[in-house]
Ligand binder design. Sequence first.
Ligand SMILES: *[C@@H]1O[C@H](CO)[C@@H](O)[C@H](O)[C@H]1NC(C)=O
Ligand SMILES: *[C@@H]1O[C@H](CO)[C@@H](O)[C@H](O)[C@H]1NC(C)=O
Ligand SMILES: *[C@@H]1O[C@H](CO)[C@@H](O)[C@H](O)[C@H]1NC(C)=O
Ligand SMILES: *[C@@H]1O[C@H](CO)[C@@H](O)[C@H](O)[C@H]1NC(C)=O
Ligand SMILES: *[C@@H]1O[C@H](CO)[C@@H](O)[C@H](O)[C@H]1NC(C)=O
Ligand SMILES: *[C@@H]1O[C@H](CO)[C@@H](O)[C@H](O)[C@H]1NC(C)=O
Ligand SMILES: *[C@@H]1O[C@H](CO)[C@@H](O)[C@H](O)[C@H]1NC(C)=O
Ligand SMILES: *[C@@H]1O[C@H](CO)[C@@H](O)[C@H](O)[C@H]1NC(C)=O
Length: 907
Amino acid sequence: MRLLSFLALSPAAVYATVHNFSINNWQGYFNGASGVLQSLSPVADLSYDFSPSDYFHLRNGPGNYHTGDITMSWRLANSSEWQEIDSAASRQTSPNTSTLNGSLLRSNFDNVFPAAAKYMTITRDWQELDGDLILSYNIANHPSSPSIEIGAFGLPLEFNNIFTNRTPEATHIKCNLIDPYIGLDAGYAQVTRLTGTGPNIVITPATNVTKFEAWNFLYENPDQPCEYQSNVFEGLYAWQTLSLAYAENQWNATDPWMPPTSQILNAGESVTYALRFTVASQVADIESVAASNGLPVAVGIPGFIVPEDVDTFLYLNYQHPVKSMSVVPAGALSLSPATIPSSEWKAYSVKPGDGTFGRARLIIQYADGKQQAVSYYLINGGPQTVEKYAEFLFDEQWFTDDDPYFHRSPSVISYDYGTKSQILQEYRTWIAGISDEAGAGSFEAAAMKTSVYPVASQVHQLEEMVARTVYNWLQNKHANGTENPANSVKRSLFYWQPDLLPPDYYNKSIPFADNYAWNQSNAWDTWRAYDYVHVSALYWGLYAAESQSPGVLQLQNQTWYLLRAYETVMEIWADYDGKTPVTFYGSDGLMCETVWLYILRALKAEGYTTQFNQMQARMQSREKYWSTQKIPYGSEMPWDSTGEEGVYLWAKYFNNTALVTQTLDAIRGYMPTVAHWGWNGCARRYWDFLYGGSIARVERMIHHYGSGLNALPLLDAYKYNPTPSNLSAIYDLRVAYGGNMGPMSNINDEGFGSEAFHSFPDTMIWEAYSSDYGQNFLGHILGACTYLVDHPDFGMVSFGGNILTPSYGGVASVSVQPMDTVRQRIYVAPAGLAMQINAGAIDSFTYDSTAKAVTVQLGMGSGQSAKSAIMTYEDTIGTGVEYASSAQAGKSGGYSVTLPSTLTFNM
Ligand SMILES: *[C@@H]1O[C@H](CO)[C@@H](O)[C@H](O)[C@H]1NC(C)=O
Ligand SMILES: *[C@@H]1O[C@H](CO)[C@@H](O)[C@H](O)[C@H]1NC(C)=O
Ligand SMILES: *[C@@H]1O[C@H](CO)[C@@H](O)[C@H](O)[C@H]1NC(C)=O
Ligand SMILES: *[C@@H]1O[C@H](CO)[C@@H](O)[C@H](O)[C@H]1NC(C)=O
Ligand SMILES: *[C@@H]1O[C@H](CO)[C@@H](O)[C@H](O)[C@H]1NC(C)=O
Ligand SMILES: *[C@@H]1O[C@H](CO)[C@@H](O)[C@H](O)[C@H]1NC(C)=O
Ligand SMILES: *[C@@H]1O[C@H](CO)[C@@H](O)[C@H](O)[C@H]1NC(C)=O
Ligand SMILES: *[C@@H]1O[C@H](CO)[C@@H](O)[C@H](O)[C@H]1NC(C)=O
């Protein structure tokens, strides 16, 4: 840890150059010279500073953005050239400041921007409004000036997402993340603490022209002590209220989220853009804070990614009526009013137009002039999407060439949708090497698809891949030298080592050397614990396929795959020469390890008691270790959102309530819900394009695997929430469902699954590489479940299912048709009943509050051929719900039920 020079400065030296302020809800200080925000503490918790004030002196140079800066493009109405204003570009001249007229600090920028000052006066005020902090910019055209057009207006927002040189504990306690709801007049930004326990900030428009039109990444020189745009400092964004000038230039290759606009100021006219900073004590309060600041609020159930066959609802809460709605592209969606118990909210049923696919924008015009934008993503139904994806995986991504040097054939290999080709050579060798996340993703996805919808030919392909490529090549079957024991997994099959390959083998246009591509020895290292999870998921997928469709396996039997999965998991904690561990990171939560719970349960069900006990003991020792750590979410990175999935899983399994709570909070800190498909349930990920993207850079990733994987703990936790109709419980489910559906947006019309969406406004495209998309897909498949929830305002709602008998206000019974991708798991919240089957399908279920019963209609499913299934269920919140059958749970750990059949549960 490097000591920061700041520590040598006396507090007096810091404060001497600042303007302190203290208002009802906030205390802090502005920089004495530039007037930007340097520190912002909520009065509710003065020990917490939302701003990185301890690093300010490291970032107070030209080009470093802070809250209070502006970026603006303007031109005289008779000109075509935009002029740029950027208050961060140079700090040579400070604005003139005063504290007149009740302003906490007023700054005049005439001397900072002399060219603009010829035509307009730019003034910034920091003010108080009802105890909140207001940042306000006034642009006043001079009385005798020509008309000016403001083509871009950005308000940079700096909070403490600087993890540089902080311990994991300091990062967790001190830092926060900011995410946008790009929603025009209803837009806001939210700053959430990494603890997830608040307080948080909600940033809302403070004038009715400060619409949220775009979220603009701010480029800074990366060569600075805080390591801007690196895995310890993602970088900063600006709230963009006007964006026409960018849309015409830097962003002219993209389809922006919102229509780009500009503002004309005629002689003597002025405009004020202002933001308000309000505390929200819990993440679940963010929307109600936005509402109390006068914003319309939109809630989507189940969310904003809309499968064509799933009933989707939009709920609006605003004091003024809806005047009109419009949709882009035209006809992509239609909305019709629906009836709900609440009079405060208006409900609409949202239906995609025939044959529509991809992005769609809904603009709601309210009677008072406000416009709210809701961004949707339209897709095919779950099973159809999965079949389309599988066809792509088992056809376009199925690699069968002779591959004498790397032995990758046959395999499901990474794909570049840009060049429409398999990725056989890459300087990030693992992408072409079918291991690590970005190389293993495609076969892992194929295995997960097979685990729920086994198609015989696809199962056979995967079995061939196991027999010829995985077992005894990607995974060592026999020890090969001390460091590569049996069952160990290579980091990559592809490597870059020209002296071992024929001349001209490697594609000369790929910059292997510049990027230190792995040589054979590095590629064949077996120490990366993460890689073992993906191979265990492959075996698991084949095990599960046989339950879905008995007889589908041809090369090995079901238990062989289960035991391979087990051996692969346990190898992570093996050692060679009696002391040196085979792998690193086994004591961290590993992405995708939720599949291990299925493996563990299968070992028990199949009677492999010794293996079950050993695996369970290993998981327990990890859980015990985590409970001794303050921040048990370590990974390969200084901060990450990958460990929480595994930590939650085993904390829950071993009844460690404190660790469960802490982990759910951590996830709440980096996973928002907003009325935009991209950010809804989109867990923070921002560096994996470096390791898996064709556009390799640090960038907020939309629906990278954090979405699907972090949804798993929240989806599970909802089932155990003792008050499932509380808005804070439903908040978790909304985040979780958004995260679970995220991965469905990555699969395009042709069935290609992309790593993630590039959110920078000059890019706005799906990444061309498949890379580690499979991990996201695993989260989707393992989380797929239909929920029935009694919402206090909306009545009975379903996440993932279609309600067949709309019911509220005294109607006793409600029937639901599960429409989630898998259709084998349900959670009936009013009955506290979590129930699942491992074959067939749940065609419908009925919750009857009068009879106090749940009946479940089981069918044969599609693509599965089992005549019976194992049913397991749990009374998760102690309602006493019970399977009404004299049958006893069998050796399999559940009840054997025939397909089709009807099951009844009584409360
Ligand atoms: C600002 O506040 C700090 C902390 O309360 C205090 O030590 C300092 O003297 C104040 N500075 C000024 C210029 O008021
Ligand atoms: C545009 O207007 C400005 C200010 O009136 C004037 O100085 C300039 O010459 C005009 N430019 C053109 C191209 O007409
Ligand atoms: C700003 O301050 C400078 C230096 O004190 C002064 O020369 C200038 O006139 C001031 N400008 C305005 C617009 O007040
Ligand atoms: C897009 O903007 C760039 C940079 O301003 C410019 O060079 C290019 O010609 C523009 N392209 C189009 C299609 O307008
Ligand atoms: C904004 O507020 C002003 C003053 O309150 C009002 O005149 C104007 O119509 C409002 N504009 C919109 C778009 O709501
Ligand atoms: C065992 O290691 C040697 C030397 O690294 C290598 O040439 C050989 O291919 C390896 N065999 C297997 C089965 O991995
Ligand atoms: C599964 O196959 C293995 C050999 O691969 C064999 O030893 C075992 O008996 C088989 N199990 C069953 C249940 O057929
Ligand atoms: C956790 O608690 C549940 C419910 O009390 C119990 O059934 C289960 O056996 C416990 N699990 C462990 C590992 O102690």
